[in-house]
Design a protein around this ligand. Structure first.
Ligand SMILES: C[S@@+](CC[C@H](N)C(=O)[O-])C[C@H]1O[C@@H](n2cnc3c(N)ncnc32)[C@H](O)[C@@H]1O
Length: 195
């Protein structure tokens, strides 16, 4: 992106550089706590298509509505809401930020909500596994990386669906780990956002 365009882009989205310029998990949690009330409004222009897209993709790959689903990095619950509109009813939310989760809870679409770091291998008991794990907007600079990917994979059932978004410029950092997991790529889509 040319420099002038990049400047305009960031000026229109002051929150973007704020969250991607974070040094620790604690700092990230505090930033999302502080952002929770205006998150939905702020991301609407760039992101509003994505939850519906994810729900549509999942319903093509996993049509059973009683499937056990983890919304990893659920934030304010935009993805959970889109899944509920497709009649999925067994969705668990996990997020670092209590305040984001508090908004997600108000949507009344999650069976359970947990405040936890997705890097934590003890986040659920050993026996808990999911038919589908969704991570939307989570694999990004200063957010989640390889450690989270590998940890989440342990909670996925054999034959389960892992549905994730990754920014194109962050993907090289994830590529080796993505290729290292024993899974099969079922489908991939590219979306030009932040333009
Ligand atoms: C850009 S928001 C996306 C929220 C939601 N998935 C959506 O599509 O609107 C990223 C979310 O991931 C959460 N997050 C980032 N890193 C995390 C981690 N290591 N553990 C748990 N949550 C994390 C943040 O707290 C934030 O709510």
């Amino acid at each position: 992106m040319p420099e002038e365009q990049a400047k305009d882009f960031l000026e229109a989205r002051p929150w973007l550089s704020g969250i991607c310029d974070t040094q620790s998990t604690e700092e990230l949690k505090n930033k999302y706590d502080g952002w929770a009330k205006t998150y939905d409004r702020d991301v609407r222009k760039d992101w509003s298509f994505m939850p519906g897209n994810i729900a549509r993709t999942l319903s093509q790959l996993l049509p059973q509505k009683e499937s056990v689903i983890l919304d990893a990095g659920a934030g304010t619950g935009l993805v959970g809401e889109a899944l509920a509109q497709k009649e999925y009813s067994n969705i668990t939310a996990v997020d670092l930020s209590e305040k984001m989760l508090a908004i997600a809870k108000e949507r009344e679409v999650y069976k359970a909500l947990h405040q936890s770091n997705l890097e934590d291998s003890q986040m659920f008991s050993n026996s808990v596994t999911f038919d589908a794990i969704i991570a939307a907007g989570v694999f990004a600079y200063a957010h989640a990386g390889v450690k989270v990917l590998n940890n989440l994979f342990c909670f996925l059932k054999e034959e389960g669906i892992f549905l994730l978004t990754i920014r194109e410029d962050y993907r090289p950092q994830m590529q080796t780990a993505l290729e290292g997991l024993p899974w099969t790529l079922v489908s991939e889509e590219h979306f030009p956002i932040y333009i």
